[in-house]
Design a protein around this ligand. Structure first.
Ligand SMILES: Nc1ncnc2c1ncn2[C@@H]1O[C@H](COP(=O)(O)OP(=O)(O)OP(=O)(O)O)[C@@H](O)[C@H]1O
Ligand SMILES: [Mg+2]
Length: 342
């Protein structure tokens, strides 16, 4: 299939790296029936896409926060040396004593690494800069692909869902996450190059599934940064939906300035600005995930953390107004069903 070099309204968006006529998703990936969670057996969910900046971290943090605020026990494991999920949850990665590095290389017990966040029920395994060396150090280790799986073996007894925020690569850290998880969520940015590399990601996941982790499956593709003001967003969402069908979450995450500001305050947008579009979108996604897993909402949802004290909040962020039109531009319920204006 030839590579198209420019966006042409109405034409299929395809690239050499993923042949959407024959998507590299085996039939087993499509077994989407909800696998209800059993008490004391939480699910490990890997949030991965080797493409950078597609909202892996934003999704792990805000979906995790939304589920915690609905009364579920959530752990976010940051395995990215950039430590964005860690800082996004208000933990300073420069000062953490022990991190995912210790979990992977020193076999430290999980309970000694876990940090609480401002949101009750939302815990974090922080990353630190030394994680950058972990990939090299792991190379010589025995069963190097299963270090994370071993470290998180009993996490499901304490947490309902454990999200693993992956780095933008297909290296050993991501392979560890794929080997540990039962489910894979793939955020896909509604941009022209969004589909590039999906083939490699799914191919890698398939190899890990065959060799290391037969339980692994795609839980869903999540369309992110949807800009309802552009035709391109609708077209990308439509293409992905056309080819991956039910594997795509019905919820679409809109582009939102508030979502991009939240990490600078060190908190999820869910508590920074609960009524913003980004918050609403991640709450909708949380409800969808809850329904798919048949998670039972516990009656005692925790109170949200107290408001940010003074300007600048817990971090150093400042808020600015959304660009004109972005606040009102909301992804239609089913963008893929929309007529694309030619
Ligand atoms: N819906 C959105 N609207 C606007 N900005 C967003 C949205 N989602 C994420 N962002 C911003 O886009 C940038 C990339 O998001 P994020 O860090 O979550 O991506 P990532 O896939 O984890 O990146 P990396 O590959 O570097 O780990 C961040 O600045 C984030 O705040
Ligand atoms: Mg990230």
């Amino acid at each position: 299939m030839g590579k198209r070099h420019c966006y042409s309204p109405g034409q299929p968006i395809t690239t050499e790296s993923v042949d959407l006529q024959n998507p590299p998703v085996s039939s087993e990936w499509k077994l989407l029936e909800a696998r209800p969670l059993q008490a004391g057996r939480g699910r490990l969910v890997c949030v991965a896409n080797q493409k950078g900046g597609v909202a892996k971290t934003t999704t792990a943090v805000n979906l995790g926060a939304a589920l915690a605020l609905r009364g579920h026990r959530i752990l976010v494991v940051d395995i990215d040396p950039q430590s964005n999920a860690t800082t996004g949850m208000g933990i300073d990665h420069r000062t953490v004593q022990r991190s995912t590095y210790d979990l992977l290389l020193d076999e430290a017990p999980l309970s000694e690494i876990v940090c609480k966040t401002e949101i009750e029920g939302l815990d974090c395994v922080p990353a630190s800069l030394d994680l950058a060396g972990a990939e090299v150090e792991l190379v010589g280790a025995i069963a190097r692909e299963r270090k994370l799986a071993e470290a998180l073996e009993h996490a499901g007894e304490t947490y309902d869902l454990i999200f693993i925020d992956c780095p933008p690569s297909l290296g050993l850290l991501t392979v560890n996450a794929l080997a540990a998880a039962q489910d894979l969520i793939v955020p896909v940015q509604c941009e022209y190059y969004a589909l590039e590399g999906l083939g490699q990601l799914l191919g890698n996941a398939e190899r890990v599934r065959k060799a290391l982790n037969p339980e692994l499956r795609v839980a869903g593709f999540l369309m992110t940064m949807y800009d309802a003001r552009t035709k391109l967003s609708a077209q990308v969402a439509g293409e992905v939906r056309a080819h991956f069908g039910d594997l795509v979450y019905a919820t679409v995450i809109p582009r939102s300035v508030r979502l991009s500001e939240a990490p600078s305050f060190g908190e999820p947008v869910l508590t920074l600005d609960p009524s913003s579009r980004g918050s609403i979108a991640y709450k909708l996604l949380a409800a969808e995930v809850e329904a798919r897993y048949r998670l039972v909402t516990r009656s005692s949802a925790p109170p949200p953390p107290p408001p940010i004290p003074g300007p600048g909040g817990r971090g150093y962020g400042v808020t600015v107004a959304e660009p004109v039109g972005l606040d009102t531009a909301w992804p239609p319920q089913q963008p893929w069903e929309q007529e694309v204006d030619r």
